[in-house]
Design a protein around this ligand. Structure first.
Ligand code: PLP
Length: 399
């Protein structure tokens, strides 16, 4: 493998630009090419035998690897890994990263633990498809470490799966505590850190085994691709890679290229999104038409102390409750001029949604309330527009 630029101790911007990029350039090009190949021919039978014996490392078939995808994986691993020794597996979506990981690591008859304030599709996967395969699960309240500890079934529990920060209330887990519980029971820990990104928080620094991201959000950053990633020790990622080769969920090399391109400005975008998130949270908290703001950077957030200890910044997502009902809340959203009304977050364009009408639209108000989704809740995801413009827009929408 050709030498790569950017040793692991470089800062996030240097790593985002240089890590994973080969110094041996195809056609002298500064960018890593998009390699479109379903298969990779061998010169002769001797070359095939050398490959099968492990004497040479090279590509073989598109489902088992691709140079563009490997470059994106190396960049993501460099950004997330505290010591630069970890590996990454790129997947076609964030959900695919989660499902591939669980399917590879949890056998039939096994048990996994997840926290309640998690991504809805992850919970659905565990409740429906995984349950059909004979995997049991326990849901524990986010932040209740006694319940988490007590939920472990010795010999049966294989995985503790959680998120930090969570969606949409932005709870931040005490990662050292989660890692300690996992280690003590010899159960693997997996954190979906999509809302934090490796710029703001690196769970493996605290002893977490595996980290996943939906690269569709901040990492790709331009609302133009779907991808996901799992990062962890090379042995575990090797197991997941084998499962991916069987399950067949492969990222497209075009998306891998777009992801690498987006990642080069990742740290710069995060700086702006962190700054806007904080400024907007403070502005909303002081606004008379806002009943409550959920943002871990605010001292009023229940996890503020943990977030301050673990995170460099608090991200671009701000959740808040309008002082009014479902319709009054929709009116505020409809008056906003800059953000698009859309699911997703983390891209250059600001997005806004009312979770009760977006991700939870098929439930009644009472059912939504039972899962903690209030009608007056708004999730605002800052893009990279000027902070003053976003605040001016929110001011006129609320007034
Ligand atoms: C978006 C998201 C996912 C799913 O990612 P996709 O790329 O949309 O499949 C998983 N977890 C979290 C926290 C997310 O925000």
């Amino acid at each position: 493998m050709p030498a790569e630029h950017a040793p692991p101790d470089h800062g996030p911007s240097t790593a985002a630009v240089h890590a994973g990029e080969s110094r041996q350039r195809a056609h002298d090009s500064i960018t890593t090419p998009i390699v479109l190949a379903a298969t990779y021919p061998f010169d002769d039978t001797a070359a095939l035998i050398d490959f099968q014996a492990g004497r040479v490392t090279r590509e073989e078939y598109g489902r088992y690897g691709n140079p563009t995808i490997r470059a994106a994986e190396a960049k993501l691993a460099a950004l997330e890994s505290p010591h630069g020794q970890d590996a990454a597996l790129l997947c076609p979506s964030g959900m695919n990263a989660i499902t591939t990981t669980i399917l590879a690591l949890v056998p039939s008859g096994g048990h996994l633990i997840l926290t309640d304030d998690g991504y809805r599709r992850t919970r659905q996967f565990v409740r429906t498809i995984l349950a059909r395969l004979g995997v049991e699960h326990t849901v524990v309240p986010t932040g209740d470490y006694t319940a988490l500890d007590a939920a472990v079934r010795p010999g049966q529990t294989r995985l503790i799966l959680s998120e930090s920060p969570t969606n949409p209330y932005l709870h931040v887990l005490d990662l050292p505590q989660v890692a300690e519980i996992g280690r003590r029971h010899q159960v693997m820990t997996l954190i979906d850190a999509t809302f934090a990104t490796p710029y703001n928080q690196r769970p493996m620094e605290y002893g977490i085994d595996l980290v996943t991201h939906s690269c569709t959000k901040y990492l790709g950053g331009h609302n133009d691709l779907l991808a996901g990633v799992v990062i962890g020790k090379p042995e575990i990622i090797g197991t997941l890679r084998e499962a991916q080769g069987i399950l067949g969920g492969i990222c497209d090399p075009h998306s891998a290229y777009l992801l690498m391109r987006g990642l080069k400005t990742f740290a710069l975008r995060m700086e702006r999104q962190n700054a806007s998130g904080m400024a907007i949270a403070q502005f909303l908290e002081s606004h008379p038409r806002v009943a409550r703001v959920h943002y871990p950077g605010l001292p009023s957030h229940p996890d503020h102390a943990i977030a301050t200890a673990q995170m460099r910044g608090f991200g671009g997502v701000v959740s808040f409750e309008v002082d009014g009902d479902l319709d009054a809340t929709s009116r505020v959203i409809d008056r906003m001029r800059i953000p698009y009304i859309a699911p997703s977050l983390g891209g250059v364009e600001s997005l806004v949604e009312q979770p009760s009408l977006m991700s939870y639209h098929e439930l009644s108000s009472a059912e939504r309330l039972a899962v903690g989704m209030r009608d007056n809740l708004v999730r605002y995801s800052c893009g990279i527009e000027d902070t003053v413009d976003l605040i001016a827009d929110l001011t006129q929408a609320l007034d």
